[in-house]
Design a protein around this ligand. Structure first.
Ligand code: G6P
Length: 368
């Protein structure tokens, strides 16, 4: 069916701005908000209490959603997670238990490597949970559980709203697994569900900072290389920031776990290098501050995406700061994804690049 750009210049901008709505819709589909409980819209054909590990496989931005979810499954549900990009997974032929669970994540449900990985895991006897956006896709059909993301059609080549909806579904799955494993009290579950309920409002709030983000983008448009740093779930977001920036603006960018800074990327830091630090006020914030100090000592231009007071807490001279609303840290990545997407989008627009149709890229990679 027909999808138009509405009042936006690009589908990507429209899809970024749709996120409060589609994430809200997705969360509502997976929770009983009034009861303060997760309520999956399907039966699980396995007992999460019996799992000793889950495997996650995906490509591109969907892989980054999986990497974020690894933190949630491990910390909240106390289940170990193996995660790999599908193009490696399918040829590694990893041994898998016959009663295990594999989660595949895909917007299109048609990515060739992810589909081949799904079939491999299935042949190994795994139950497949497909986190997919297209309900009629091959992966949706071949999964034992269709965990649909209700993002609606995504037209921009670089995934945005499907990504945050994937995160929302994976967060709900992590809570459902946690409950089944006896790792979640009724109070904790109600608290997390209340955090989900707050997401659309927080995302709408985050989008109000678009002007500040545009100003940073204006500056990034002149950079040759950009480094993104983060810890915890902000680490996958650093990867996502770098991926989006190179896809859309063709500027070389790298995402790194902030703690790995001294194992390589610090050698690149000089006055010309913008360093985007994603640091919500969470348990590892102080650790990230020490990495910012290392960057600042070498003259790097730090852009902090953090909470109010983050800049003062870091007590450093920052090049710019993008302030996110206050929120509980566990699922903050779902909100912090928005400035990361907008930064890449506006940089591309400043540079006159086509944000919806970046060169050499396809929306769905259905051949190897
Ligand atoms: C392409 C798209 C990305 C997407 C990836 C995986 O590279 O440009 O935005 O994340 O494929 O696609 P999928 O449909 O499997 O999520």
């Amino acid at each position: 069916f027909l999808v138009d750009k509405g009042n936006y210049r690009h589908f990507m901008a429209k899809e970024i701005h749709e996120q409060p709505e589609v994430v809200g819709r997705t969360v509502a589909h997976y929770t009983d908000l009034s009861a303060g409980r997760v309520a999956l819209p399907f039966e699980l054909p396995f007992d999460p209490a019996k799992l000793d590990r889950i495997t996650i496989v995906a490509c591109g931005t969907a892989y980054i959603a999986g990497l974020t979810a690894k933190y949630w499954f491990e910390r909240i549900a106390r289940v170990a997670v193996d995660i790999d990009v599908a193009s490696e997974f399918r040829y590694r032929e990893p041994p898998m238990s016959r009663d295990g669970v594999t989660i595949v994540i895909s917007q299109s449900g048609e990515t060739a490597d992810t589909l081949a990985s799904l079939r491999y895991a299935k042949a190994q006897g795994q139950k497949i949970v497909g986190v997919v956006n297209v309900g009629s896709s091959t992966m949706a059909r071949e999964s034992d559980v269709q965990a649909l993301t209700l993002a609606g059609p995504e037209i921009g080549v670089a995934s945005t709203k499907a990504f945050t909806c994937q995160l929302a579904v994976l967060a709900c799955l992590a809570l459902a697994f946690a409950r089944a494993r006896g790792e979640l009290t009724v109070e904790a579950e109600a608290r997390y569900v209340a955090e989900f309920l707050a997401l659309p409002g927080l995302m709408a709030e985050a989008l109000k900072h678009e002007r500040d983000i545009e100003a940073v983008a204006h500056d990034l448009a002149r950079a040759r290389d950009v480094l993104y740093l983060g810890r915890g779930t902000a680490f996958p977001l650093a990867l996502e920031g770098a991926l989006k920036l190179k896809e859309l603006s063709y500027i070389h960018a790298e995402g790194y776990a902030a703690g790995e800074l001294k194992h390589g990327p610090i050698a690149l830091v000089d006055e010309d290098l913008p360093v985007i630090v994603i640091a919500p006020p969470d348990g590892v914030f102080e650790k990230t501050v020490s990495n910012m100090q290392e960057v600042a000592a070498r003259g790097g231009r730090i852009v902090l995406i953090g909470g109010a007071g983050g800049a003062e807490a870091a007590s450093l001279k920052l090049h710019a700061s993008i302030v996110m609303p206050a929120m509980a840290p566990t699922f903050a990545a779902i909100v912090y994804a928005l400035p990361v997407q907008l930064l890449a989008y506006h940089t591309a627009v400043f540079m006159g690049k086509d944000a919806d149709q970046p060169r050499n890229l396809a929306k769905s990679v259905t051949v190897e």
